[in-house]
Write a protein that binds this ligand. Structure first.
Ligand code: G6P
Ligand code: MG
Length: 219
């Protein structure tokens, strides 16, 4: 049995439900450009960088923009998103997350963030969770987005763990794929119908514990 030395967490939709704010801001962008998209389509945007998300959305709406226009719309979207983020409080941390992170620390397991977001530190500060993390790897550090494993491999390295000693927590299909591509265990947070490639899926951290972590990595 491999010992779990580090847990790597996605941010949006795992630590805090900013996924709903991303959806609202992207939808506003689509609506201003004259079209709409569904919550089902939104699943494809989870874990995907800002500019890649914009490309997908423009494609859905059949809208063509110049590079300059794309940057301008992405900046607008981020401003709408940040307006929502700035209203967040520590109460929005998802159920069971602080307790689980505290128990990891008590058991000597390292904690890293592995997020595509360029806003991750701002969000962690806002919800008063910055101090829980031994390492933060985010959209400002990576050159390849999920499903490439880069963000999680960098997280493993920053915590001194081998990929086989890491467990990733993810709400995005692309994020689960990144974890698996990196040779790590993946715990899906959300729906088992969507996160089919995860080793297990939990609805909330209230359903999970350090004891279950050891069991998960037994092979
Ligand atoms: C996360 C979210 C994505 C978002 C990406 C970039 O991975 O799941 O929906 O597009 O971060 O976020 P940012 O805050 O940099 O726009
Ligand atoms: Mg996510």
């Amino acid at each position: 049995m491999t010992t779990v030395k580090a847990c790597l967490f996605d941010l949006d939709g795992v630590i805090v439900d900013t996924a709903v704010y991303h959806f609202q801001a992207w939808r506003r962008l689509a609506n201003e450009l004259g079209f709409d998209f569904t919550e089902h389509q939104n699943e494809q945007l989870k874990g995907i960088s800002r500019m890649e998300s914009l490309e997908l959305i423009l494609n859905w709406g059949g809208v063509t923009l110049t590079e300059e226009e794309k940057v301008a719309w992405a900046t607008k979207k981020n401003q709408w998103y940040l307006d929502l983020v700035m209203q967040m409080t520590p109460n929005e941390v998802l159920p069971g997350v602080p307790e689980f992170l505290k128990s990891l620390r008590a058991n000597g397991i390292k904690i890293a963030l592995g997020s595509a977001s360029k806003n991750s530190k701002l969000i962690l500060e806002r919800i008063q969770m910055l101090d829980y993390f031994d390492a933060i790897i985010d959209g400002n550090n990576i050159t390849k987005g999920k499903p490439d494993p880069q963000v999680f491999l960098m997280g493993a390295e920053a915590t001194g763990a081998q990929p086989s000693e890491c467990v990733v927590f993810e709400d995005a299909v692309a994020g689960v794929q990144a974890a698996k591509a990196g040779g790590m265990k993946a715990v899906g947070v959300g729906s088992a119908d969507i996160l089919t490639e995860a080793d297990i899926v939990i609805a909330t951290f209230e359903d999970f514990s350090v004891e279950k972590l050891a069991h998960l990595n037994r092979n």
